[in-house]
Every structure is written in C-alpha cells, then in structure tokens.
Design a protein around this ligand. Structure first.
Ligand SMILES: C[S@@+](CC[C@H](N)C(=O)[O-])C[C@H]1O[C@@H](n2cnc3c(N)ncnc32)[C@H](O)[C@@H]1O
Length: 374
C-alpha cells in the first residue's frame, strides 16, 4: 500500500481492528504462534482450541494472508459470552453483530486483500460450537446472518438450503466454545488451507498447513538435498520448496504412477520444475548412502493407504532406508499414526528428538522428528 494511503488507514483504523484470529489443526497452535512471531506480524494475545489470537503491529500488513501453518485468518469482530444451549437465547447473538461494527471491519478487510471491496453484495455465515445445544448450527448462522444483513442492507445467504454461497459474499464465522461467543470476518475469499497449486490429490494426501508445519520442523537450509520417499501428490515437497527456495535439490519418489501423476500436475501448477519426481520403492531409493540432508514424509502405514512392495513385506525396511540415506547431521520429520512403535527407528540408528500429537479430521497423529545420536 502507498505510504499516504497507509497513513490514512492508520488514522481511521481503531485499535481493536488490528486484532486477528488465525485457525489451525488441533495441536499446531504452537507452530502457528511461532510462525506469526517469526514473520513479525504482531504479538500473540491468546492461544486457544485451534486458534491463535494476535494484535498486528501493522494493521494493514498483507503478510497475515501469507501464513502457511494456518487453515485460515480472520479479523476479530466481537467477543461475548457463550449463549449456552437454549434456543430462546439465540437472539442474543444479534448483540455480537452490533458490537462488531461490521461496516468498519469490511473496510479494514479491503486494506488486506486487493480484490475485496467494502461494498459487499451479500453476507454468509459459517458457525461451529462445542457441547450440546438444543439448536443447530443453521439456527445460530441465521441469527447472526439476518442481523448482519439488516445492518449492512444486503442479502444473507443461508447455508441450511445446501447451496454454496456466491463467492463474493462476505464470509463471517461464528464460534461458540462453551465460554465465549466469537464473531470473525474471514480476510481472504478462499480459506488459506486451499492452496491454488493443489489441483490433484491422492488418498491420504496431506493437509497443506500440516505439511508446512512439518517442513518448518525439518529446519531446511541452503544447499540441502530434501527427500520425500513416498511423495503421493507432492504436498510436502511443494510446501518445502515454496518456503525454502535456497535448498539445492528436492527429490520425490512413489511406487504408484497415479500418485506421481498427481505430484507432477501440482508441481506444474506451483511452477516448481526443480522438484524431481521418479518412480521407486521407498525400501530401495536409488540414491547413494548419506546423501540426503532432510527427509519429510507421511509413509503408508495402512491407516488410509496400504504399503506396497518392500514396505509391505518388511515394515522395518523404511527405517533402514531412511537411516542409510541421511547424512550424519541429517533430520527426518515424519507423520505417523498412533501408536507407532519407534523402537525399529532407534534400532536403525535414528533417535526421536521431538514428538507432537496433532488431530486431523478427528484422528490423532504424531509428528516425529528423528536425528542421528550425536
Ligand atoms: C499417505 S500417502 C502420501 C501422501 C502425500 N504426502 C501427499 O500429500 O499426497 C503414502 C504414499 O506412499 C506410497 N507408497 C506405498 N508403498 C510404497 C512404497 N513401497 N514405496 C514408495 N511409495 C509407496 C503410496 O502410493 C502413497 O502415495
């Protein structure tokens, strides 16, 4: 933004408008908070269930839409008390809308997203809540949506009809967590986790913000050779290559030609021709010993995807191969189902130095970092 325009906005944006809420997969909150701080976007004001609240240092900083470990980022409209489980309390949600001053928030959004305008043609609301209620999410959405529509003098698109809202309708979000009701305005037209490059997927394909969090943990640096021996649709390598263009080589292998075709299509959309993709068995990768600096992978452990070839015959083959390929200072970051015994990794010479439990679509998983004992 031009300095004069930025200055004008600094004068008109009230202090509370600089409050943002980023949402993420459960368990990734610390990584998201770290990313916000490392990108110098603002100071963290609260960390909650799947959310990180932060106050932006520069309210018009478009960097907030570049967060890689977030599923989505919102402007905080208003916080109030959770209305509880009783249907007669639903009208109280209109107070939240009045407190949020929706017009002012929509104007702030235009400073963050070039294609957004303050004059929106309509509004839509997506609600979620924890705990039992004797109303459903559509009832809560309607209570908020009708009040937003009245205040902004535009139509409201109810989700209960099943149709997708028009793409240019302002996307509001309501959460009721048992203690608080929170009204948010999504900044970007599409959720951040929907990456433009991800046109093709395969079963077990990774959620891109989780892939981004795993690649951050891998500590990729200049000149590194980075490998995914079971690359599927290529999510981990693409996230790594976008965040770390300084690495020397990105190599992906998969046994399944369909997975490789998906990875090639996504690689093309992401304009990352430097990622090399080949067919191979992860139990015998055609690379010399101790030549890989970083491995990122969610191997097929039979939860969503069955292991094939050597990995099916000898499950420990994966650990032995990772150990053979890694340099002495090498690091591997894997996503594993729970519980996965790590004794075969330790026997193969890889020491787990960090484990982290996360939840994906309600299922627990472990992100595990492995290094060579020093
Ligand atoms: C969970 S998926 C990986 C998903 C990937 N990270 C993504 O985001 O799309 C596991 C992959 O392992 C592959 N696979 C199964 N057995 C293999 C083997 N022996 N060698 C190499 N790849 C194998 C499957 O074809 C599948 O694409």
């Amino acid at each position: 933004m031009a300095p004069s325009r930025a200055l004008a906005w600094e004068k008109t944006i009230m202090r509370d408008d600089a409050l943002f809420v980023a949402r993420c997969a459960r368990g990734l909150e610390p990584q998201l908070a770290t990313e916000i701080l490392q990108r110098e976007l603002g100071s963290i004001t609260a960390i909650g269930h799947r959310t990180v609240h932060f106050r932006a240092w520069r309210p018009y900083d478009t960097g907030v839409t570049g967060l890689r470990t977030a599923d989505d980022v919102f402007l905080l409209g208003a916080k109030g008390r959770d209305i509880g489980g009783r249907r007669p309390s639903l009208p109280e949600l209109a107070d939240l809308v009045r407190k949020a001053a929706p017009e002012r928030l929509l104007h702030h959004r235009t400073t963050l997203v070039p294609q957004a305008t303050g004059d929106v043609p309509g509004v839509e609301v997506s609600a979620s809540f924890l705990g039992r209620r004797n109303f459903n999410r559509y009832d809560a959405e309607d209570a908020v949506g009708n009040e937003l529509a009245a205040q902004l003098k535009v139509p409201y698109h109810p989700r209960r009809t099943g149709g997708a809202p028009p793409p240019d309708y302002a996307p509001w979000r309501l959460t009721l967590d048992g203690t608080r009701a929170t009204l948010l305005l999504r900044i970007t037209p599409r959720p951040l986790h929907r990456r433009p490059y991800k046109q093709s997927t395969v079963p077990g394909s990774l959620h891109p913000p989780l892939a981004a969090a795993m690649t951050r943990l891998a500590d990729i640096g200049p000149g590194h050779t980075v490998l995914d021996p079971c690359c599927g649709a290529g999510t981990l390598l693409i996230e790594a290559a976008l965040a770390h263009p300084e690495a020397a080589r990105y190599q992906g292998y998969d046994i399944d030609p369909t997975a490789l075709a998906a990875a090639r299509a996504n690689r093309t959309t992401a304009s990352l021709a430097r990622i090399r993709l080949h067919r191979a068995d992860a139990g015998r990768i055609p690379l010399p010993d101790a030549t890989v600096d970083r491995i990122v992978c969610n191997p097929p452990w039979g939860t969503q995807v069955e292991p094939k070839a050597r990995l099916a015959k000898t499950p420990t083959a994966c650990w032995q191969e990772l150990s053979r390929l890694l340099t002495p200072q090498g690091i591997a970051v894997l996503l594993l189902p729970t519980p996965t015994p790590l004794s075969p990794a330790i026997e193969a010479g890889l020491l787990p130095t960090h484990t982290q439990r996360i939840h994906l679509a309600g299922s627990p998983r472990y992100v595990v970092k492995l290094e060579r004992p020093g």
